[in-house]
Design a protein around this ligand. Structure first.
Ligand SMILES: Nc1nc2c(c(=O)[nH]1)N[C@H]1C(S)=C(S)[C@@H](COP(=O)(O)O)O[C@H]1N2
Ligand SMILES: [Mo]
Length: 390
């Protein structure tokens, strides 16, 4: 197999998951998309420390060995870049011109962030937690060097599923994905999951860092006019993975296969249109439906009419969010979730017979994963051993 990440920008690496080859629920680490604003920092793990400071009762500092010794937890989560799909926008928007593949799904394991924050003890005036990373660089509209940094509201930071991730699909993090430690904010756009973490600071003020006030914002109309808002959770979205846009199929039965995710929610249903959005039918969801995780889905399409057909999919979340048909211009170059048509040519000289294929393989892969899942407890609230490793 020649599967590899699709490079969009070579340096610093920005590359996509090869979605069209997706064979498994979990994206293998070597195929998982990479989104780097700056060069990967050189980190000597023996010198590396993670500091917890700011509005806390006691400032703490941890090395890698100490973090590894803390109680661990695993969370399966889809991570998508907020600019994923930007190249498909009718009006060109500046930024990395992503196709569909700035998204992946992995099992993330590490120390719940809550654990370290509780060890340090938050003061009441804390409004946000600010995360600073080791990578440094400039942007054309920010010529002064800056570290990558982001903040998060306290409630999401203290959520039991928000992790200081040390492992990805069971392996220690690769340097490209944030070794030694990254944040994993399940259900939120990838920008929240700060890689190469060095500092966690409780703050009484709102943080206005570049990556949440200049970039990674969307417009919104409020009672008082237009406002820019920092992005957070991923809205509901689906992708048709196979057949590919422009592909030719025969008359008969074609399997339409795709993926869908809904941020902090689970996907409730996926619908498919084979007539450009006139009518919609339910697709079949393959495997488990869970918050944070994408689902695979398939639809067996019986087609007798030769010529071009416009396929669309739309996902619906468990709380009833529906994937939109058009891109909302207020979202600019982010939150690109509209249903994008896949045009397929039906060739009358060929016959297509869809057989048990993707679904069977995926189900097997998921059973294998489920067995492995016992690695770290997923669904039990952990009892933290106080002072462990400190
Ligand atoms: N320190 C740091 N963290 C970062 C970034 C970065 O450039 N530097 N990029 C963010 C963005 S925009 C995304 S989408 C995710 C991508 O994670 P991945 O490269 O592991 O796929 O990392 C986030 N964390
Ligand atoms: Mo991103």
């Amino acid at each position: 197999m020649t599967e590899q990440r699709k490079v969009v920008v070579p340096s610093p690496e920005n590359s996509e998951t090869p979605l069209a080859d997706a064979q498994s629920w979990v994206t293998p680490n070597r195929l998982f998309f990479v989104r780097n604003h700056f060069d990967v920092p050189h980190i000597d793990v023996d010198d590396w420390r993670l500091t917890v400071a700011g509005c806390v009762r006691r400032e703490l500092s941890f090395d890698y060995e100490q973090l590894k010794a803390f109680p661990q937890r695993s969370v399966f989560s889809t991570v998508e870049c907020a600019g994923n799909g930007r190249s498909f926008l009718a009006e060109k928007v500046a930024g990395v011109q992503w196709g569909a593949g700035a998204v992946g799904h992995a099992e993330w394991s590490g120390v719940p962030l809550k654990f370290l924050i509780q060890e340090a003890g938050l003061n009441d005036e804390t409004r946000e937690i600010v995360f600073t990373a080791a990578d440094v660089g400039t942007e054309h509209d920010h010529p002064a060097p800056m570290h990558f940094a982001r903040s998060m509201p306290v409630d999401k930071a203290l959520h039991a599923d928000t992790l200081l991730a040390l492992r990805m699909n069971g392996e220690p993090l690769d340097p490209l994905h944030g070794f030694p430690v990254r944040l994993l904010v399940p259900g939120w756009y990838g920008v929240a999951s700060v890689k190469w973490l060095t500092r966690i600071e409780a703050s009484a003020e709102a943080f206005h860092g570049y990556f949440q006030s200049v970039k990674y914002t969307v417009g919104r109309w409020t009672g008082r006019g237009h406002a820019d808002e920092s992005i957070g959770a991923m809205p509901v979205k689906s992708e048709i993975v196979r057949p590919r846009d422009g592909e030719s199929v025969g008359v008969g039965t074609t399997r339409i296969f795709g993926l869908a995710w809904a941020g902090e929610e689970a996907v409730e249903a996926v619908e498919v249109s084979t007539d450009g959005g006139e009518s919609w039918r339910r697709a079949e969801i393959v495997g488990p439906r869970a918050p944070y995780s994408w689902v695979a889905w398939e639809y067996l399409w019986e087609v007798v009419t030769p010529g071009d057909h416009r396929l669309l999919s739309r996902a619906i979340s468990e709380n009833g969010q529906v994937q939109p048909i058009r891109h909302d211009p207020l979202r600019g170059g982010y939150l690109i979730t509209f249903s994008r048509p896949t045009t397929v040519r039906v060739d009358p000289s060929r016959r297509s017979h869809a057989l048990a294929g993707d679904a069977a393989a995926l189900n097997q892969a998921m059973r294998d994963m489920a067995e492995e899942r016992s690695r770290f407890r997923l669904d039990v609230e952990m009892e933290f051993a106080h002072g462990a490793g400190i």
